[in-house]
Write a protein that binds this ligand. Structure first.
Ligand code: ADP
Ligand code: MG
Length: 442
């Protein structure tokens, strides 16, 4: 989708991805950009892992600006090319700009460090604690996980149950989260076994046990909210509207834009606690946008590009930040059809150091439905003559199929965006479409 946004401005984009047939590589063919390619060194996509330093260097040699669409990348390699840029002053042949800055990607990669960073800068979060090895239960090679049990119980005592246990690294789509329901020893063991598989401890370069997990107080939210924020190279920010995100099995399933907060959550303690906001009567939506912009500013100077800010709306109207994605985000896909400038176009403007335009949400309401696989063959079900894609086309909705080669349960294969005259209108359209989804997603 970033490459689709780059195409009207003829911005050549080179993609690093393991698959030769990666969706982005299907969209653009850099070797045919005659204005940029030289016959001796035509621009070419790079096939390889975004954790592979050599591949990152190979990509960096072909571009002026490097950005990411996933945070689980090799930050050390990105730092190297960014530092070369800083020390050579740019296009003297060495180093390139990397946005967002590698150190910010590094902070976000570790969900615990991300929370420490944001909490220190006054961003409201659910209370959290690291899970570390206890001095009274030293790590034993027979049963290494036993060392973490006292720390888990301590967090449970402090925050109560259910308790959210989260992996600090490589988490996405709920993978890496575990809801611990009680202090029962078997339940604690099951949680630790699920989050820290024994096989992962013996891998070469494995992270230390005390670096793996953290605990978070369960937030009984009334809605999950997200705001996309664009931040430009000179530090200006623009917020997209606050939206409601609905998760199934911890995977984003539906987005409604803009957020329609329940009446009860419009006011209340959270509102009052913010002093000024209560006086001027700011809406939940405005507060969500302000908090999201504040959180991105708190990341620091190198926060350039678009960022997805996930939040919890509590019953008392207060907002807690859940996590930040340093890239275009599923909750912002609606912006392709519903805003004057999509999240992808805004990302390009930001990383190319262009000015940021005002962001306008155009229709009265919009909604997005993810097309999630549930088996290896679901893709064909979406495309059947009486399937969801044909229905969406007949309704005038926008269909995005990603062209991913393999389908499996929970994999995001595409999405559909509908625009409408009201929230009720787009909800009715989504219900009609969702009824055609296979399996449990109907
Ligand atoms: P991921 O990286 O998988 O998106 P998140 O930390 O955002 O991980 O968690 C995934 C989902 O789990 C959230 O969207 C939310 O539904 C739920 N969740 C996460 N943290 C909490 C919490 N502290 N309290 C209640 N639910 C939570
Ligand atoms: Mg999340």
């Amino acid at each position: 989708m970033l490459l689709q946004a780059a195409s009207p401005m003829a911005i050549p984009v080179i993609t690093l991805d393991p698959e030769i047939t990666a969706p982005a590589k299907q969209v653009s063919q850099p070797q045919v950009f005659p204005a940029y390619a030289s016959s001796s060194a035509p621009l070419r996509h790079v096939d390889g892992a975004f954790t592979d330093a050599a591949k990152i260097r190979e990509l960096a040699q072909q571009v002026d600006v490097l950005t990411v669409e996933i945070e689980h990348v090799n930050v050390a390699a990105l730092k190297e090319v960014a530092d070369e840029y800083a020390s050579t002053g740019g296009r003297s042949g060495k180093g390139i700009k990397v946005f967002p800055s590698p150190s910010i990607i590094g902070t976000i990669q570790d969900k615990y460090l991300q929370k420490v960073h944001l909490a220190a800068r006054g961003i409201p979060l659910a209370p959290f604690l690291p899970i570390s090895a206890s001095p009274s239960a030293p790590v034993s090679s027979d049963d290494p996980l036993a060392a973490l049990v006292p720390s888990v119980l301590e967090a449970g005592e402090k925050f109560g149950y259910p308790l959210m246990l989260k992996s600090r690294h490589l988490a996405y789509d709920g993978k890496g989260n575990y809801v611990l329901r009680s202090a029962d020893p078997a339940a604690v063991r099951a949680a630790l076994d699920a989050l820290v598989p024994a096989s992962s401890l013996s891998l070469p370069g494995a992270r230390p046990l005390t670096d793996r997990l953290y605990a978070e107080k369960f937030a009984p939210f009334v809605k999950e909210v997200a705001v996309m924020v664009a931040r430009g190279a000179s530090g200006e920010t623009r917020a997209y509207p606050a939206v409601e995100t609905i998760h199934r099995d911890s995977v984003c399933h539906i987005v409604y834009a803009p957020l329609r907060p329940p009446v009860d959550a419009q006011h209340g303690i959270g509102h009052e606690q913010r002093g000024l906001n209560a006086v001027v009567g700011k809406s939940v939506n405005e507060r969500a946008q302000e908090d999201a912009q504040k959180a991105i500013d708190a990341l620091g100077e190198g926060a350039v590009g678009v960022f997805g800010v996930e939040m919890f709306l509590m019953g008392d109207g207060s907002l807690l930040l859940n996590e930040i994605a340093p890239r275009p985000h599923n909750s912002g896909h609606y912006s392709i059809e519903a805003c004057n400038v999509s999240q992808y176009v805004a990302h390009l403007y930001a990383i190319l150091s262009l000015p940021l335009p005002p962001i306008n949400f155009i229709p009265p309401a919009a909604a997005m439905l993810n097309l999630l696989g549930y088996s290896s063959s679901t893709k064909d079900d979406f495309l059947k003559p009486d399937g969801v894609v044909a229905k969406a086309v007949s309704m005038g909705a926008a269909v995005h199929m990603y062209g991913k080669a393999g389908c499996r349960k929970g994999r995001k294969m595409g999405h559909i965006t509908v625009l409408g005259s009201s929230d009720a209108d787009v909800r009715a359209q989504i219900a009609e479409l969702a009824a055609l989804l296979p399996g449990s997603y109907a």
